[in-house]
Design a protein around this ligand. Structure first.
Ligand SMILES: Nc1ncnc2c1ncn2[C@@H]1O[C@H](COP(=O)(O)OP(=O)(O)O)[C@@H](O)[C@H]1O
Ligand SMILES: CC(C)(COP(=O)(O)O)[C@@H](O)C(=O)NCCC(=O)O
Ligand SMILES: [K+]
Length: 254
């Protein structure tokens, strides 16, 4: 008896299997990640030796066509996968988005996972949730469990491709993050990193002002580890934040 959690982003599908009744923060029994171009081989490769899960809950921001392709890979299991649709309220968190269903499912699930993570640590203040994937999102959760809103900015790859495509002199190798970059490679790498960390620090300040207390800052996503060293407020990298959120949503639904 197991639970399969799936997180489909715009670059990769991440999955994790948990024992029945696992709580947010638990270690998965098995986990993996595949680029979207390889999802049609999940049944034959990554999931080939997997015991059929009892239930599947996913978050998907890559569109309906991708979701259907993933569902095809589960057809040999006797179950109906479920997908999170952001709602006005779930697992004790209220959704402050103007149109709750238009919020990215990954953002909603990560906010829910972040609250579970903070509570487990005995922290009852606000939380700032940063996901560094294809895009970057910086989302604010109040101490009283209201998702206040958050921002979306391009990830490093998209920023670089936009600059390469829109100019003639910016096609250079990856550089280093430097305080005062003195070559094009370092200028681009530092620009991308500071755009992200600057947005994080600004939201951190805004949330601190609003809540009268410093938030817990949680970072996740495939490129979170690259950005985290440049963030100059206390933070924690939580690799499985979306999986924790999926476990919390599943538990709340019963
Ligand atoms: N081993 C890796 N494989 C793929 N992407 C990686 C890897 N390490 C870091 N990254 C970075 O992470 C980003 C993808 O992160 P991910 O969380 O999978 O995104 P998404 O949720 O949007 O699919 C890529 O843009 C890339 O910059
Ligand atoms: C912002 C996102 C593109 C992030 O996607 P990702 O980087 O995880 O692939 C995704 O959460 C999304 O499509 N959101 C819908 C729009 C919104 O949240 O307002
Ligand atoms: K993501």
């Amino acid at each position: 008896m197991s639970f399969l959690a799936i997180d489909i982003g715009n670059t990769r599908l991440k999955w994790a299997v948990y024992p029945h009744g696992a709580e947010p923060g638990s270690q998965p029994l098995q986990h993996g990640a595949v680029f979207l171009e390889n999802i049609d081989r999940l049944a034959d490769e990554d999931w080939q030796g997997l015991a059929p899960p009892e239930r599947v809950l996913g978050s998907n921001v890559a569109g309906d066509a991708v979701r259907r392709r993933v569902e095809e890979q589960m057809e040999h299991w006797d179950l109906t996968p479920r997908w999170v649709v952001p709602s006005p309220e779930a697992a004790g968190v209220r959704n402050g988005y103007d149109h709750p269903t238009r919020l990215g499912a990954d953002r909603w699930v990560a906010v829910i996972g972040a609250r579970a993570h903070a509570r487990k640590r005995g922290f009852d203040g606000p939380v700032l949730i940063v996901m560094v994937g294809t895009a970057v999102t910086v989302d604010a959760l109040s101490a009283d469990a209201q998702f206040l809103g958050g921002l979306i900015l391009p990830g490093h790859g998209i920023m670089l491709r936009a600059l390469e495509g829109g100019t003639s002199g910016l096609r250079v190798p990856t550089g280093e993050v430097r305080d005062f970059p003195t070559n094009t490679s370092d200028a681009l790498t530092t620009g991308g990193t500071f755009a992200i960390t600057g947005a994080i620090e600004r939201m951190h300040r805004l949330l601190t002002q609003r809540e009268g207390r410093s938030p817990m800052l949680l970072m996740t996503g495939g490129a979170g580890w690259k950005v985290a060293p440049a963030v100059d407020v206390p933070h924690e990298l939580v690799e499985g934040l979306i999986f924790d959120g999926l476990l919390a949503v599943d538990a709340a639904r019963g």
